[in-house]
Design a protein around this ligand. Structure first.
Ligand code: NAD
Ligand code: MG
Length: 385
């Protein structure tokens, strides 16, 4: 049977990889809806190729430009309402959530409430609103299937096993662009250096998150919500080659891992085809050629973002929401050239220090905490300029 898909964030790195998976399995997958921000040219190409029923762009101007250039019967809309329309379209059974940042949360929640299975790349959704998202998913009886490679690896290692047999989850981390840099070097790190990820080609925000190690911190929180385990059962190990995508340790001492060449099409396709596996044209991993793999503990002193994320996750309530929003704004300020690399962690620490945690927040409390933290992070005076 054909699986009909709405894809949020279709012009991005995950979005384009998702469309490549769909191209390889036209007999299995069909695109119903596409949503993106402002990349009009790419969206026009996608509409022509996939002929979706509905498309949404971030703004009216971008939507008008797409409408003027495409033929066919695709409905073209815009803004948050347009995004939710794509996320809840009656013909879609599966929604790939691959917008970057916390603006993915309302659309993902709308899709959950509409009973769609979720393929989740947008980890910020769970960091910002994990408690509510997981509750709503349970209530609606929908699966949230991981697309993030580490979580997909863990999900694959959990197939056929019981969660109560798990001793701990071990997330691997490449260490990002600055894995071996000293604090003195980090103080002078440039935008271009931070955007130069050793193993993965991804969107700008997540690439900076990898360089600060905040990405791994966000993933620890994501793992907590996806698999329902406490933080002291979620560990991180640095693995520069990104070949072992993560591991599960069981109570009998057995460790299961998922390995492969770094290619996001593998976890994307697994989420789309689960519980089946489909063929995929990706290079075979030659272990003998590789020869050796390396592992070492993470350095919480050089990369305090990872430590702040663990602490925020353990505190819970509105604190992870504030961590995430402050991080998004700090990364935006760094990408815009306004602050130094180390200012990112300073801004986050400063905003967290001013926050009063709300231990049992409603959705509205989360949105309010997100707004407050963004405002603080924009204003915050930084010493490490
Ligand atoms: P990206 O920057 O390449 O793409 C982001 C997408 O979001 C684009 O299609 C953009 O048009 C869309 N978007 C931005 N603002 C929007 C708006 N207002 N309305 C609608 N759409 C909007 O980012 P990416 O690397 O593809 O990452 C997407 C998400 O997946 C992030 O949450 C990231 O953490 C996660 N993720 C990415 C990778 C990866 O390999 N790229 C791996 C794991 C997880
Ligand atoms: Mg990841």
């Amino acid at each position: 049977m054909i699986k009909r898909i709405s894809l949020l964030g279709s012009t991005g790195s995950i979005g384009q990889n998702t469309l490549e998976v769909v191209r390889q399995h036209r007999e299995r997958f069909e695109i119903v809806g596409l949503a993106a921000g402002s990349n009009v040219d790419e969206m026009i190409r996608q509409v022509e190729e996939f002929q979706p029923k509905i498309v949404s762009m971030a703004t009216k101007e971008a939507a008008d430009q797409v409408r003027q250039s495409v033929s066919g019967s695709t409905r073209i809309t815009y803004g948050n309402e347009g995004l939710e329309e794509v996320a809840t379209h009656v013909d879609a059974v599966f929604v790939v959530s691959a917008i970057v940042g916390s603006r993915g949360l309302p659309a993902t929640l709308a899709a959950i409430r509409a009973g769609k299975t979720i393929g989740l790349a947008n980890k910020e959704t769970l960091v910002m609103g994990g408690s509510i998202v997981m509750k709503e998913a349970e209530r609606a009886g929908v699966d949230i299937l991981p697309i993030d490679s580490e979580h997909s690896a863990i999900f694959q290692c959990l197939q056929g096993e019981r969660l109560d047999s798990v001793k701990r989850l071990i997330l691997t981390a490449s260490g990002g662009a600055f894995r071996d840099w000293t604090r003195e070097q980090l103080a002078k790190a440039t935008r271009e250096e931070a955007l130069n990820h050793p193993n993965w080609s991804m969107g700008e925000k997540i690439t900076i998150d990898s360089a600060t190690m905040m990405n791994k911190g966000l993933e620890v929180i994501e793992a907590h919500w996806l698999f329902g385990l406490p933080y002291d059962q979620i560990d991180v190990v640095i693995h520069p080659e990104s070949i072992v995508h993560s591991l599960v340790e069981y109570h009998d001492g057995a460790l299961l891992a998922e390995l492969g060449t770094p290619d996001m099409k593998v976890p994307i396709q697994y989420a789309l085809s689960w519980p089946e596996r489909l063929p995929l044209s990706t290079p075979s991993l030659d272990l003998a050629m590789l020869g050796s793999l390396h592992f070492r503990p993470p350095d919480f002193e050089r990369f305090p973002c990872l430590k702040m994320a663990y602490e925020a996750g353990r505190t819970g309530g509105t604190t992870p929401t504030v961590l995430n929003a402050a991080n998004e704004e700090a990364v935006a300020r760094f990408l815009a050239g306004g602050v130094s690399f180390l200012a990112i962690e300073e801004i986050i620490a400063e905003v967290l220090s001013r926050h009063t945690n709300h231990p049992d927040p409603s959705l509205e409390d989360l949105y309010e905490a997100d707004r407050w933290a963004r405002e603080m992070a924009k204003q915050c005076r930084i010493y490490a300029v």
